[in-house]
Design a protein around this ligand. Structure first.
Ligand SMILES: [Fe+2]
Length: 231
């Protein structure tokens, strides 16, 4: 579709912001453009493949239900946002931003999470190597010391949230950060490795013993994925 058909920069921005996969044609204020929707990604392993660290039932509910709800809601609210942008309705756009952050963040976070997990048979739990191993050793002394600090950060999350190993995009330094709810790792930091500390990620299997979940998750961490994310 030619850019000249787009009536204003908001509509062009909406087109640029659209991601791949399925597409939908929408007409707004006389303009016509193609909007694409976020979709639930397939997992690279079976739901039960992370057992005993994470049960197959948790993985199935977490992926098919929880993650899918974020995808559906993100698509709904981003469609509303595009309509508000086309009408230059700033108040509605501002009102929608927290919902885009929550559901879009939920989609991004879970997509990164599934990718940074792997069954033991596919390398899950195998320690990092190369630049990432060096960065962890330089910053934390050892992988075990890093895991301990990461798990302390996870345990310190009040309510729902995530802990991430991040890289500062300006300095290149790595660090551990926690984020509330579904706040995504964007802006100054690049996500390297994330662990979901929401109750839906462990409660069915570990109940109140979340420290056991935080300990077990390292058995299925895909450090190869984390290495690729480090720049
Ligand atoms: Fe989750």
């Amino acid at each position: 579709m030619a850019a000249s058909l787009l009536r204003n920069s908001s509509a062009r921005a909406a087109l640029r912001a659209a991601s791949s996969t399925s597409t939908k044609r929408a007409g707004l204020a006389g303009a016509s453009f193609v909007r694409t929707k976020a979709t639930l990604p397939d997992l690279a392993y079976d739901y039960g493949a992370l057992e005993p660290a994470v049960s197959g039932k948790i993985m199935e509910l977490h992926h098919k239900n929880h993650h899918n709800t974020y995808v559906t809601s993100y698509n709904n609210f981003s469609e509303q946002l595009a309509e508000a942008q086309a009408k230059n309705d700033i108040a509605t756009q501002i009102n929608l931003k927290p919902l885009i952050n929550f559901h879009g963040g939920g989609h991004i976070n879970h997509t990164l999470f599934w990718e940074n997990l792997a069954p033991k048979s596919q390398g899950g739990g195998e320690p990092p190597s190369g630049a990432l191993a060096k960065a962890i050793n330089n910053s934390y002394g050892s992988l075990d010391a890093f895991k301990e600090k990461f798990n302390t950060a996870l345990a310190g999350i009040q309510g729902s949230g995530w802990a991430w190993l991040v890289q500062d995009i300006q300095t290149g330094n790595i660090g551990i950060k926690t984020y509330a709810n579904q706040d995504p790792v964007v802006g100054q930091f690049r996500p390297i490795l994330g662990v979901d500390a929401w109750e839906h990620a462990y409660y069915l299997q570990y109940q109140n013993r979340k420290a056991e979940y935080f300990k077990a998750i390292w058995e299925v961490i895909n450090w190869k994925t984390a290495e690729k994310r480090l720049k």
